[in-house]
Design a protein around this ligand. Structure first.
Ligand code: ADP
Ligand code: MG
Length: 256
């Protein structure tokens, strides 16, 4: 299943149709048609509460949709359990980090690897990941002692440990300074060059510009606009809903 083309034939790697999920009266995701070609890099932006994180949870399967379908590699995975989707090649770094602060960096990486590797092969894979993530030399440290940016990289590493075909990153630069943000952008670009299909949810526009990828804008759970970075940045409706909201969020953020 992991050999040959990513989806075993023609057509998109991922496709959602009419995907919808409400929480009580809140339509978090409200009829999303989304399509991704194998090898694509895409950004998803949108104001706080637009449904970006819920969309990722629907793709991995930790939240089940009320309506709509999800096709991955040509298969209907709408009702498939998260572990099955992970084995099919969907890897996710969620907004709220899934790392274990009391455990060492090495121990954290052992968790996703333990089902597929052991002994020297696992050690080699951990070394490879740490090198990749700018975390070489930290393996025996407790995760709680790492800088925030390093914890983000470790969380990305835990998604990478499954060697995903499709990597979903929810706000990978949250809490990072400019240097760490640039390093994260370089990591995303190098993974993309290796053929990983990647979707990045982000509201740091500087990072979105660094990625330079096509953008999908979500607003109130719907696809509001989609196109090249230049087209999205030049779209006045997008500026009104998103860039205005970013300014508000940035101001609010300082009070946290
Ligand atoms: P974003 O990631 O774009 O900020 P979310 O997907 O986190 O947006 O949230 C979309 C909307 O759904 C918000 O109004 C949020 O409060 C609501 N929501 C998300 N998850 C839950 C949940 N588990 N229970 C209730 N409401 C939720
Ligand atoms: Mg979110």
């Amino acid at each position: 299943m992991t050999s040959g083309t990513a989806n075993g034939g023609d057509g998109p790697l991922l496709r959602t149709q009419g995907l919808a999920k409400a929480f009580g009266g809140v339509r978090a995701v409200d009829g999303v048609d989304f399509s991704l070609e194998p090898g694509e890099l895409r950004c998803i932006i949108g104001p706080n509460g637009a449904g970006k994180s819920t969309f990722f949870k629907l793709l991995l399967g930790s939240v089940k949709p009320d309506k709509g379908t999800i096709l991955f590699r040509g298969r209907d995975v709408t009702r498939a359990e998260p572990h099955r989707r992970a084995h099919m090649g969907i890897g996710v770094k969620f907004q709220h980090l899934g790392v274990y602060g009391d455990l060492t960096v090495r121990h954290n990486l052992q968790l996703p690897l333990q089902h597929s590797l052991s002994g020297e092969a696992m050690d080699a894979e951990i070394a490879r990941l740490l090198e990749r993530l700018n975390l070489a030399g930290t393996e025996e440290r407790r995760v709680a002692e790492l800088a925030h940016g390093q914890r983000q990289w470790l969380a990305i590493g835990m998604a990478l440990a499954m060697r995903p075909v499709l990597l979903l990153l929810d706000e990978p630069t949250a809490g990072m300074g400019p240097e760490e943000t640039r390093a994260t952008g370089a990591l995303v670009h190098s993974l993309h060059e290796e053929g990983v299909t990647i979707v990045v949810v982000e509201h740091d526009m500087a990072f979105v510009r660094q990625l330079g990828a096509p953008v999908t804008v979500l607003h109130y759970g719907r696809v509001f606009a989609e196109g090249s970075l230049a087209a999205i940045e030049g779209n006045e409706d997008v500026r009104n809903i998103y860039l205005g909201a970013t300014r508000t969020m940035a101001v609010r953020g300082r009070h946290h």
